[in-house]
Design a protein around this ligand. Structure first.
Ligand SMILES: [Zn+2]
Length: 180
């Protein structure tokens, strides 16, 4: 009995988690429209938690500017959302942190970063390496890069812990889930 209750609770939590993510996606989609292009370039919706939207700003000037207009932004956003959000917090703290959406985090997926580095080496060696040593260097790099990372339960790629905490899978798998 207790076990099946736990299942239900988990299912409900997952459901509200995904609803929140959809809501956040909507906010991201209309953000530039709501705040205007100038502000949109200096701000970025960071996350949505318990009906409070957290927005990263590029500087404290923008934090101030948007905080002053918080009410009208809130009103415009809520006009587009099925579940209204209650408040918006602006902070520069999140500006340099990793982006929260899988779409934008794709380039940070370890396997993708590796592919980019292989196809366009920034620093070509003077001696032409044999394909094997190139591969070995590449493999060693991947191993060094990924050995401390947990694996995505879905695709078994090494995945930053932050992605797993947020989506339970890696950014790529999360994106696929969204699109599917
Ligand atoms: Zn994955």
């Amino acid at each position: 009995m207790l076990k099946s209750l736990n299942h239900i609770v988990t299912a409900l939590e997952n459901q509200s988690f995904w609803q929140g993510q959809q809501q956040f996606q909507l906010i991201r989609d209309c953000w530039a429209e709501v705040v205007g292009e100038d502000r949109a370039q200096q701000t970025r919706p960071h996350s949505l938690s318990r009906n409070i939207l957290y927005v990263a700003t590029s500087s404290s000037v923008w934090t101030q500017e948007l905080s002053l207009n918080c009410r009208s932004i809130l009103k415009q956003l809520n006009g587009r959302l099925s579940t209204p959000i209650e408040n918006i917090r602006f902070s520069t703290t999140w500006w340099y942190q990793h982006q929260t959406l899988p779409q934008t985090e794709e380039s940070e997926h370890p396997s993708l970063v590796a592919e980019l580095e292989v196809s366009s080496p920034a620093d070509p060696p003077i001696e032409q390496p044999t394909p094997q040593t190139t591969f070995e260097q590449w493999a060693a790099k991947i191993q060094a890069r990924s050995q401390h990372l947990p694996l995505c339960p879905q695709c078994h790629c090494p995945t930053p812990l932050g992605e797993l905490k947020r989506w339970q899978v890696c950014g790529l798998c999360a994106t696929k889930q969204w699109q599917g």
